[in-house]
Design a binder for this molecule. Structure first.
Ligand SMILES: Cc1cc2nc3c(=O)[nH]c(=O)nc-3n(C[C@H](O)[C@H](O)[C@H](O)COP(=O)(O)O)c2cc1C
Ligand SMILES: Nc1ncnc2c1ncn2[C@@H]1O[C@H](COP(=O)(O)OP(=O)(O)O)[C@@H](O)[C@H]1O
Length: 664
């Protein structure tokens, strides 16, 4: 798009198809006019031209009227028009002199002489020239003489636009920036220049770039805190916006507009900054002390992070390119599953996909089956059964040149478009390390599946549970956990992870053999500052218990031992001092539960688990140190605690009878 601001320096437009207006907000009504202009231009082989004015004509014609409120400044309109692919934007300098042109002069000296239009697209209410003499009829009256065509925008469309502008203004005045965005077809923009403030922000741990607006008529939503997207120098960031009089500060009470930008640390004084308001978080408030405000800011940040992640769902356009994805199934005697589920996997719509089966030394006829029926599939034959952790480590070492790994259990039925929504979000946010889809039960298709459900959480004592499954209680899926959000761990049953990151963070810990190794892997990623996310737009069905059926003594052993490993490797030293002894007691209680059920071999499993952990503690210190080194090597931010439940899930489940995740 070319922007012209000087009427004496316009190009020779080719078959110009022109529309004229103030286009405040460049909302959906305006967008449909722009689309009409583009279509007509296409028909004539001409150029699309939007003419608008700066400053706003009303501010010149009625200089004493200060009630004017604009949704968008001229600079913001330029950025928005850019998105809608017009060829030329002409910003006419609106002066008293310009306003005094007669309707005839406006047509002849301005429209015809400057633009030589082939077509003028205009609504019934458009007026021009001194005292608003000219209208669409007048324009039509002259069309033969000047050789242009007039296309009238449907009256209903014009009226809808007026209604829409009013609704947008009202929504913005009521803090409803999300509703305004829906009406506009884009977020409400707020732009200006970063100026110096009182330098208090940095002392609170939240530096805030103070913004000076450059349009006195700009409509500003009410004071409060908003989740925003931030653009500086064509770079996108996320942040939280504050607008208010800072009642907490004793000495300053001027209204400020300031933004704390996440994951950002640059001096940007005097630079241009544009915000897009995604959602309202809370109203301005007075705090007794600055330390209380700082605590509140921590909470605000969590709320804003959540809102921005959810907003991603609506923002994501189609994928522009398709990074290479390798789905790697680790198979152990799963021929029946391969036969059943591979054809469905091959129906995946994602275009840049390699499907690999790594065989963990199966003793059934898996290999023969694959060689006969899937010669196109890459088969990695492992010499022995390394378990889940070791099997994947070995196999993935042999899978290079791909951007993403998808670790998929053999007993999963995918859905055709299951890959795209996940790659979309991982491409958009580089801070996301791993993602899981929504995991439903293969047998009871409206119910979450035990392993993973709609995302993994971890309680304060290190007990995992899921959004949709707590202990043995799995919930029905009624869409209650359909939002994309951060979690603590993503299930290894269907785990999307950046390929390079998998290796850099050290892959799985092979000592686990199987069970809960993904929690350890995800925890390391979280410690390095990465996000783990569930993307419920992607759905898969899991048979479950496929390789290691639930409730076997072996599984109990691995479960208890591996949980101890995970805690010991990842928890802070000070917390371990009380947590490990407490776990001993709690595991003792679990043993009591097994005793009451007469399942003595499970008690033996717990004893074995402890026996293979506690005496080995000195040796395990090396493991802990190595994990910490890996974490430091991969660090992108401070440790990410999202998805860590601050209470005991057992207390809430058994004591407070909380069965559903949404009741926690
Ligand atoms: C997300 C966010 C929320 C805020 N909420 C409040 C608030 O409720 N009450 C208040 O007095 N100040 C609030 N502040 C403003 C702080 O007082 C402000 O950041 C501080 O005065 C720093 O100003 P400075 O940039 O001029 O140094 C908030 C700031 C941010 C970034
Ligand atoms: N994460 C960040 N968010 C906002 N501003 C930041 C950030 N990191 C560094 N800055 C810089 O610090 C300034 C804000 O710091 P602050 O102590 O609030 O000072 P001031 O009162 O002058 O705004 C910004 O103008 C910007 O130049």
């Amino acid at each position: 798009m070319r922007v012209h601001r000087d009427l004496n320096d316009l190009p020779d437009f080719k078959n110009a198809v022109v529309t004229i207006g103030s286009f405040d907000g460049v909302h959906q009504g305006h967008q449909s006019i722009i689309e009409q202009v583009r279509q007509i231009a296409l028909r004539y082989g001409g150029e699309s031209v939007v003419i608008t004015f700066h400053p706003h004509p009303r501010s010149i014609v009625f200089p004493k009227d200060t009630s004017l409120r604009l949704i968008t400044t001229t600079e913001e309109k330029i950025e928005l028009f850019e998105r809608y692919h017009i060829d030329h934007l002409v910003i006419v300098p609106f002066t008293v002199e310009f306003s005094q042109m007669s309707a005839d002069e406006y047509i002849e000296k301005f429209l015809v002489e400057k633009f030589h239009p082939k077509c003028i697209v205009i609504g019934y209410d458009h007026r021009f020239g001194l005292s608003r003499q000219g209208d669409i009829h007048y324009l039509r009256w002259h069309c033969e003489r000047f050789g242009y065509e007039v296309v009238e925008i449907e009256p209903r469309q014009v009226d809808d636009m007026t209604v829409s502008s009013t609704k947008i203004r009202r929504a913005l005045e009521n803090c409803e920036v999300k509703a305004a965005a829906q009406l506009m077809g884009h977020y409400f923009p707020l732009s200006g220049v970063v100026v110096k403030g009182q330098q208090i922000g940095r002392t609170l741990g939240f530096p805030t770039a103070n913004i000076e607006l450059n349009e006195r008529f700009k409509l500003i939503p009410p004071d409060g805190i908003y989740a925003v997207k931030v653009s500086i120098n064509a770079q996108q960031y996320r942040g939280m916006l504050y607008m208010g009089t800072r009642p907490t500060l004793k000495q300053y009470h001027n209204r400020t507009i300031e933004v704390n930008i996440f994951d950002f640390n640059q001096d940007i004084y005097e630079q241009k900054i544009t915000l897009e308001l995604v959602d309202f978080i809370r109203h301005d408030q007075k705090y007794a002390q600055l330390s209380d405000l700082a605590k509140q800011l921590e909470q605000d940040k969590i709320a804003v992070e959540k809102v921005l992640l959810e907003a991603l769902d609506e923002d994501l356009g189609p994928l522009e390119h398709f990074p290479k994805v390798a789905v790697v199934i680790l198979n152990y005697n799963g021929r029946a599953y391969l036969q059943r589920f591979l054809p469905i996997l091959f129906n995946s719509t994602y275009p840049n996909l390699e499907i690999i089966v790594a065989d963990n030394a199966s003793t059934d006829d898996s290999i023969e089956f694959l060689e006969e029926h899937y010669p196109q599939l890459r088969l990695i034959e492992l010499p022995e059964n390394y378990g889940y952790a070791g099997g994947y480590n070995e196999a993935l070492r042999q899978v290079s040149g791909v951007d993403y790994y998808v670790l998929l259990n053999s007993d999963i039925e995918v859905t055709s478009g299951w890959i795209e929504p996940i790659i979309q979000i991982m491409e958009k946010d580089l801070n996301i390390g791993a993602v899981q889809p929504k995991i439903l039960s293969f047998a009871h298709r409206d119910t979450f599946e035990y392993a993973g459900a709609s995302g993994g959480w971890l309680d304060t004592l290190g007990y995992p549970f899921c959004r949709g499954r707590i202990f043995a209680h799995t919930e029905k899926d009624t869409g209650q956990y359909n939002s994309t959000c951060e979690i603590f761990w993503a299930t290894g049953a269907a785990l999307f992870i950046r390929a390079e990151l998998f290796h850099n963070i050290g892959g799985f810990d092979q000592d686990y053999f199987a069970h809960a190794e993904e929690i350890d892997l995800c925890w390391r990623l979280k410690r390095a500052g990465y996000k783990i996310v569930v993307r419920p737009q992607s759905v898969v069905y899991h048979v479950g218990g496929g390789t290691l059926s639930y409730n076997t003594p072996r599984k109990t052993y691995l479960n208890f031992r591996n949980t101890l490993y995970t805690i010991y490797k990842n928890e802070s030293a000070s917390k371990l001092l009380w947590l490990l002894p407490l776990r001993l007691i709690l595991d003792g209680l679990a043993a009591g539960l097994f005793l009451s059920q007469g399942r003595l071999d499970h008690i033996r499993s717990i004893v074995q688990a402890h026996w293979s952990f506690f005496p080995k503690l000195p040796a395990l210190r090396k493991k802990r140190r190595e994990a910490a080194e890996r974490v430091e090597k991969c660090r992108i931010h401070a440790e990410n605690h999202q998805g860590r439940y601050p209470r005991s899930i057992a207390m809430d489940y058994y004591g407070r009878r909380k069965r559903r995740f949404e009741d926690l």
